[in-house]
Design a protein around this ligand. Structure first.
Ligand code: NAP
Length: 262
């Protein structure tokens, strides 16, 4: 019961990593808020959760909806102890082909939506004397990767923003930020990814299918939140690319140019 009676708000809880996180937080005694756009899917998730669970349907790119959602969450539980910013969309298209509207859409969801909900919950966390915010970035938040230009940019942007926030927060705010960088996880992320013209890719990538399960990924995320780790890498050999980029950049570029990105 690592999170007994903690109020945990998970965005993007209708599938994949967010859904797995919802079950595991509930098993650890948390009271949940689950959000995403597809209310029917959130209902399906809620039916499998025994602890208290509030559904707040939400498109995180809708500023007014985010404001209303924060008010609903605070009205219901009186506090949010942990916000897990997990909502996100990926990309499968070359940078040169990708329409500007698609670049903007990916930034809107992954970056602006995430920082918007975070900024709206922060004053409540400060007032209540503390809290924790996790953000699900990606290994691609640490290096560029083929067919993921806007996606990688949006995840890099999250690092800049959340690192700055952690530095700006005062010790007495008692708010801790955990940036999570998963590698390939077996979810519908590739099927839901946007192509150059904004249409859905609708394919399960081989790399995705062979990836870590969402359940194992969620276990590792929950541990990193419990331990208040600042930044955590979750995956297999793909994690090596973070260190190659940092210490052996020529090797990083050699591999990245030859890698199968799907
Ligand atoms: N799978 C991987 O290999 C991998 C690797 C690194 C990082 N990640 C990150 O992990 C997070 C979860 O992805 P996943 O792999 O679990 O993929 P997923 O199954 O496609 O889940 C994405 C979630 O985001 C929600 N979402 C999308 N747009 C939204 C919006 N505008 N407003 C609110 N919610 C929205 C979706 O719900 P609705 O459609 O119901 O809105 C869904 O619940 C993402 O941030 C992703 O970038 C995934």
């Amino acid at each position: 019961m690592l999170f007994l009676d903690k109020v945990v708000w998970i965005t993007g809880a209708s599938s994949g990593i967010g859904e797995a996180l919802a079950y595991q937080f509930a098993n650890q005694g948390a009271k949940l808020i689950i959000s995403s756009r597809k209310e029917a899917e959130l209902q399906r998730v809620k039916q499998q959760i025994k602890s208290e669970c509030l559904i707040i349907p939400l498109d995180i790119t809708d500023n007014i909806a985010v404001e209303n959602a924060v008010n609903t969450a605070i009205d219901h539980y009186g506090k949010v102890d942990i916000l897990v910013n997990n909502s996100g969309i990926s990309q499968r298209s070359l940078a040169i082909d990708t329409q500007e509207i698609v670049d903007r859409k990916i930034m809107e969801v992954n970056y602006f939506g995430t920082i918007n909900i975070t900024k709206k919950i922060l004053p409540y966390m400060i007032k209540q004397g503390g809290g924790q915010i996790a953000v699900i970035s990606s290994l691609v938040g640490k290096f560029g990767f083929p067919l993921r230009s806007a996606y990688a940019a949006s995840k890099h942007a999250l690092h800049g923003w959340f690192e700055t926030l952690q530095i700006e927060l005062k010790p007495e705010n008692n708010i801790f930020i955990t940036i999570v960088c998963p590698g390939r996880i077996n979810t519908n992320i590739s099927a839901n990814a946007l192509t150059a013209d904004g249409s859905l890719y609708q394919q399960m990538d081989e790399g995705q299918a062979k990836g870590m399960t969402a359940e194992v990924c969620a276990q590792k995320i929950i541990k990193s939140i419990y331990r208040q780790q600042r930044e955590v890498y979750i995956g297999g050999a793909d994690i090596l690319m973070v260190y190659f980029k940092r210490y052996l950049p020529s090797l990083f570029y050699w591999i990245a140019k030859r890698i199968n990105p799907t």
